[in-house]
Design a protein around this ligand. Structure first.
Ligand code: PEP
Ligand code: CO
Length: 400
């Protein structure tokens, strides 16, 4: 089957906003299609080569940042804090493991969010769900929630300024969810004729949109970028192998990163069949552990949180399952903030009223704060084999 930047349009596209003004959407797509790429295509190639080295056991992929970037939280202070935390985690893991670490931010484009329900109802009023700042506003009023294509320009500008600020300290990545935007950012390499998703170095397909026949899989299939696939508990081994055949028929080094997010209670049982099936298929993949998205729970007040002890438990279970199957855990995927937020519980965060009043800021899922993120980095450093040089992570007070 031939591929084109718009061939996804004849497939099933889940999680897309309904734009009431189709002409405005088409005009925005045309305008964006003429804009400069947000990343250099040669840097995309460099990241793919680096992930290839990680697949061969010579490097470790460290991918983290906000669940959702927002227009409101855009500042050089926030960007710098996230980049510094990623660097501190990378240094810890590199020192303990002797592996080169590849820092990749969930940054400079992580704006669009999949939602469990298309509408949100409060007090008898139903409005379109918030789908991230690139689509609509988080405030619960009809004007804010109306999907507005003009928001794509602000997202583009914020991503461009963020790339500029990061300046080589990390590669960029996001979920390639909002397909009209992603298509508008496809660029061709004049030297080879290959197509690149030029909105970020690394793009991933979310757990809700990675089914065979999905528009997101069709879109990613034709891009030269390294591609991530989120693997949740509903993913069967034969379905994963079918996805690998579609996304990486040429079995290219560095092409595929599988990001497992099973939840701490399911990881030990769910991972081995997938690890075994992929190993048996001979597809070269990088297995990465996302210990965040399977461990989201609600507080009594209805806020989303994640207990650090569950995040650490899933990470341990991942390393154990990978070791038992003779597969390397070559990456970590997480949501964190370089600011001292109180969103995940543990290491002193209890989500008390005071925490909720001024330290809970996430636009979407709860993020690790710097102390919690370093505890996770310690655990990974230990699991990669040089535990003796480090103190084991200690969970002090407040773990939920
Ligand atoms: C995410 O990474 O923010 C996300 C929504 O993940 P998943 O697709 O794994 O649920
Ligand atoms: Co998230």
């Amino acid at each position: 089957m031939s591929w084109a930047p718009d061939s996804w349009r004849s497939c099933e596209a889940l999680q897309q906003p309904h734009y009431p003004d189709a002409d405005a959407l088409a005009a925005a797509e045309r305008e964006l299609a003429a804009y400069p790429p947000l990343v250099s295509l040669r840097d995309v190639d460099a990241l793919k080569a680096a992930i290839g080295a990680a697949q061969a056991g010579r490097a470790f992929l460290l991918q983290g940042g906000d669940c959702a970037e927002s227009f409101a939280e855009f500042s050089s202070e926030n960007i710098d804090a996230n980049v510094s935390l990623l660097a501190a985690m990378a240094a810890r893991i590199a020192a303990a493991s002797g592996l080169a670490t590849i820092p990749v931010g969930r940054m400079a484009g992580q704006f669009a969010k999949p939602r469990s329900m298309p509408f949100e109802t409060r007090g008898g009023t139903s409005l379109p769900a918030y789908r991230g700042d690139i689509v609509n506003g988080i405030a619960f009023d009809a004007a804010a929630r109306r999907p507005d294509p003009e928001r794509m320009f602000r997202a583009y500008a914020q991503a461009a300024a963020t790339v500029n600020r990061i300046e080589g300290a990390a590669y960029t990545s996001h979920e390639a969810l909002l397909l009209p935007f992603e298509q508008a950012l496809v660029r061709t390499d004049p030297a080879t004729g290959r197509f690149y998703g030029a909105s970020a170095h690394f793009l991933w397909i979310g757990d809700r949109t990675r089914f065979p026949g999905s528009a997101h899989v069709e879109f990613a299939r034709g891009l030269a970028n390294p591609i991530g696939v989120k693997c949740g508990p509903a993913l069967a081994p034969d379905m994963l192998l079918a996805l690998l055949d579609i996304l990486d028929p040429g079995r290219e080094a560095g092409r595929i990163t599988l990001i497992a997010r099973m939840g701490h209670a399911r990881a030990a049982a769910a991972l081995p069949p997938l690890l075994r099936a992929v190993r048996g298929s001979g597809h070269p993949v990088l297995w990465s552990c996302d210990p965040m998205h399977g461990n989201t729970v609600r507080t009594r007040g209805g806020y989303k949180t994640r207990p650090l002890e569950h995040i650490l438990a899933e990470t341990k279970a991942f390393f154990a399952a990978a070791a038992a199957e003779g597969v390397a855990c070559g990456g970590l995927h997480f949501e964190m903030s370089g600011r001292d937020v109180a969103e995940c519980t543990g290491l002193g965060v209890t989500l008390s009223e005071a925490d909720m009043a001024d330290r809970y800021h996430s636009h979407c899922d709860p993020r690790l704060n710097p102390a919690q993120a370093m505890a996770l980095a310690d655990l990974v450093a230990e699991a990669l084999g040089n535990a003796d040089r480090l103190d084991p992570p200690v969970l002090a007070g407040g773990a939920a």
